[in-house]
Design a protein. Structure first.
Length: 644
């Protein structure tokens, strides 16, 4: 239910909700992804905020903003840095860093400390730092953080900060109690109903085309529209089955050994279909077995006793023993088809079983199983061979080798992409779709900074990978007016038509406010428009379409009764004039399920809300300061200098 209220607040783009949450409570490596770690230690870069003598730097925020944009693009591939900045993504990153720094300094002032032992235990729990044995590997840890440009001291400091944040916020986040009366008020809001009228004023075409000066002025004012986003040229080399094909064919000895090792798999065996019923009491199990032996089907006898039968098909003795008990499996293996077994003690209680079917599996000779075994061995040897190459590549990268050195040492074939956008497309060839095989390669390149050590990325379940290096970055580049002129003229013409519709809509609103009826005012305006339509909805209808906010209904529920207002048409075809005639208050007091659902929804949100307010209060007490000029410059840099 609370989704509705949050939908209204964050109705621009759903991603804002993600950025607005106090994400600092989560450890940076929680999912084994080190790309989200930022030092936030104030060691490098210009300060854009400070708390108690410590700084949040532009370098910190720049890296985190790019990492979060990369993650957000997994759900919204067309999202770019300009949208990220305009929708508040950078401000949210700054706020989280300031909150984390303020909480850390507050905790220290109160005498709290984070031990190195606790930091170490958190690091050891991260899968990304595990070695071949599955345990924490110091070399893997050092290699991985070095590839991301971090030192051990920076990582330790970041973890200390995040753990301190957890200490201070976790108890509050766990709060979920909401008073019944508060839930009743919110639930009643959902039932509120409003009725009114809506009129569409279509876009009104201009009578004269724009002249050259107007086109030039529009182009300069809206240069971001005609700017090709940042592109990147990527060097990469792939390693897959083709590179190791010559060394993965198994020998006859290996095939024979694999066959011998899998003797139980290929040996002749009997498979049985078995129906089982588990009874907790031995006496009751005996009565059930007697009833089945007398001719009652086991499932029917089980249902009569309030029990449920289950059937296992095509099972051999060892598999049945693992699922039930060795004693039962042995008894079933000795029984013929149609026989009733039991009761036999199982893992829980006593089991009565019926052997429904016995199938003889003749097994496979070595000749019959050879192709299957060869395929399995080839697949495992391929994965091992590719893994060995990747280990050598990772070791070389850990020693700051560049991609040219890696390619030469491992005898790989390097490739260079054209200048690609974040979604993998080439703007110079707009008709060509992005190569899906390059998706992880492009993602790695856009997560890197110029000068970063190359990295490796997975390409397939067979162990295939690519070593990826960022070759160069092409900053956002405006199209020349000569190339963009057709688009500029079309956009300017459409904008003028929309402005004319807005002026006509505002004139209608003025007449309605003066006492005129909306249909009469529309008829008198001379605008060729569809007839006025009635509109009626409850507040809950605003997010009825899969949680998406209906902007028309949202506007209707943001008006006093008896008023009118103009809003852009959601389809971009003009402007709408809304007239609110009646408001019927909701009353959820007679709907306990709705109240309880609303209370539960509010309960899930109240803890994080309290934690956010606590963090804000701590930041104020600790004297947190934001340097607005530095923040504005950072945003400008992220936009390539061309964003407004």
């Amino acid at each position: 239910m609370l989704t509705f209220f949050r939908g209204i607040i964050h109705s621009k783009v759903g991603m804002i909700v993600t950025f607005g949450v106090l994400i600092v409570i989560a450890l940076a490596f929680a999912a084994g992804d080190v790309t989200g770690l930022a030092s936030s230690t104030g060691l490098v870069g210009h300060p854009i905020a400070s708390v108690g003598g410590q700084s949040v730097t532009a370098a910190d925020i720049r890296q985190q903003a790019r990492d979060e944009l990369t993650q957000a693009r997994q759900e919204q591939p067309t999202l770019d840095m300009a949208q990220f900045v305009q929708l508040g993504g950078v401000d949210a990153v700054i706020n989280r860093n300031v909150s984390a720094l303020a909480l850390e300094t507050f905790g220290r002032d109160e005498g709290m400390r984070v031990s190195r032992a606790l930091i170490g235990s958190e690091l050891k729990a991260i899968p990304a730092f595990a070695g071949a044995t599955g345990q924490f590997d110091q070399q893997a840890y050092e290699r991985l953080i070095a590839q991301r440009g971090f030192t051990d001291a920076q990582v330790q400091a970041q973890f200390a900060r995040q753990i301190m944040v957890q200490f201070l916020t976790q108890p509050t986040i766990g709060a979920h109690q909401v008073p019944q009366q508060v839930a009743l008020n919110y639930a009643s809001l959902l039932l509120e109903r409003r009725t009114g009228q809506v009129a569409l004023v279509p876009a009104l075409p201009a009578t004269t085309p724009p002249n050259d000066a107007e086109v030039q002025q529009w182009y300069q004012r809206n240069i971001a529209r005609y700017t090709t986003p940042e592109r990147r040229v990527i060097r990469y080399a792939s390693v897959g089955p083709a590179q190791v094909a010559a060394q993965v064919n198994p020998t006859d000895a290996e095939v024979q050994k694999a066959y011998a090792d899998a003797k139980a798999t290929y040996a002749p065996k009997q498979l049985r279909d078995v129906t089982l019923v588990t009874v907790l009491d031995e006496k009751a199990a005996g009565a059930l077995a007697a009833k089945v032996k007398a001719g009652t089907p086991l499932p029917a006898a089980a249902r009569a006793a309030g029990l449920e039968a289950r059937t296992i098909t095509g099972v051999e003795q060892s598999a049945l023993a693992a699922q039930t008990s060795p004693a039962l499996a042995q008894a079933v293996a000795a029984a013929a088809s149609g026989a009733v077994v039991g009761p036999v003690r199982g893992a829980i209680g006593f089991v009565v079983a019926r052997v429904d079917k016995v199938t003889a599996d003749p097994g496979k000779t070595l000749a019959q199983a050879r192709d299957e075994i060869v395929a399995q061995l080839r697949a495992s040897k391929t994965k091992e061979a590719i893994g060995a190459i990747r280990d050598k590549v990772d070791d070389a990268l850990g020693e700051n080798a560049n991609i040219a050195e890696v390619v030469a040492d491992q005898k790989l074939a390097a490739q260079t992409t054209p200048a690609l956008l974040q979604d993998g497309t080439n703007p110079d060839q707009p008709q060509a779709a992005a190569d899906p095989k390059l998706t992880p390669v492009v993602a790695a390149a856009f997560a890197a900074e110029e000068g970063d050590t190359p990295t490796t990325v997975n390409l397939g379940e067979d162990g295939s990978f690519a070593v990826v290096a960022l070759d160069r970055v092409i900053r956002p580049t405006p199209l020349p007016l000569t190339a963009a002129r057709a688009r500029v003229v079309a956009d300017l013409t459409a904008d003028r038509a929309a402005q004319a519709a807005q002026q006509a809509a505002n004139a209608l609103v003025a007449k309605v406010k003066g006492g005129a009826a909306l249909p009469a005012a529309l008829a008198a305006s001379g605008v060729k428009a569809p007839p006025v339509q009635p509109i009626s909805a409850s507040r809950g209808d605003i997010t009825a379409n899969r949680g998406q906010v209906n902007p028309v209904l949202a506007a209707l529920f943001n008006m006093p009764a008896g008023t009118a207002r103009a809003i852009p048409s959601p389809d971009g075809k003009g402007w709408l004039v809304l007239k609110l005639d009646q408001v019927v208050r909701g009353d959820a007091s007679k709907q306990p399920p709705l109240i309880q659902a609303t209370r539960a929804d509010l309960g899930r949100a109240v803890g994080p809300e309290y934690a956010q307010q606590f963090a804000n209060a701590v930041a104020k007490v600790q004297g947190a300061k934001r340097h607005d000029d530095a923040i504005a410059q950072l945003k400008k840099d992220l936009l390539g200098g061309g964003g407004q």
